[in-house]
Design a protein around this ligand. Sequence first.
Ligand code: SAM
Length: 187
Amino acid sequence: DVKSLKRATELAKFFIGTIIKEGDLVVDATMGNGNDTLFLAQTVGKEGSVISFDIQDLAILNTKKLLDKNNINNSKLIQDGHENIDRYISNEICGAMFNLGYLPKGDRNIVTKPETTIVAIDKCLKLLKRNGIITIVIYYGHLGGEDEKEKIIHYVEKLDENKFHVLKVDYINQTKEPPILITIIKK
Ligand code: SAM
């Protein structure tokens, strides 16, 4: 519905939701308060699984609460940086979601960083199956956010066109640093 088109985070769910199915293995690279983990868990169902990462205990706590409230038990919550994803996953993944910036209602000084984010995206692209998708919502209103945005856009622009479809969605009439959505589909 129209809600899916109004916000970058909803748009990300809309795009990944067209590709991932029940039974799939998927990743939430930035768990935060767990909204994307919940969405992914409900989409892949009991036969599927979600592996979610965050460096903060508060994110793990909030996500666990949200999942418990919704009777979800197909998700593994890992307190580690997404740049270490290959320590936890060796199977092919069908999709991954990144939602960059700081934890909403949390410590605004703990933010994703371009170096580690790019390592994580790169590792996810290697684990991604054919026709799998990665969504990246870039918030950049905070300190260091602009630098991360530029580095990520530079990185995804350079991905081999023979291997990936890369899409960038901008809310072009918004004045206050509107989030940007990037989607990458493996050919
Ligand atoms: N998708 C989340 C939600 O639905 O609430 C919001 C994510 S929030 C914008 C970004 C999160 O990335 C923060 O919770 C932060 O702790 C986390 N983060 C920062 N660096 C990270 C890293 N290296 N690996 C994994 N998560 C990281």
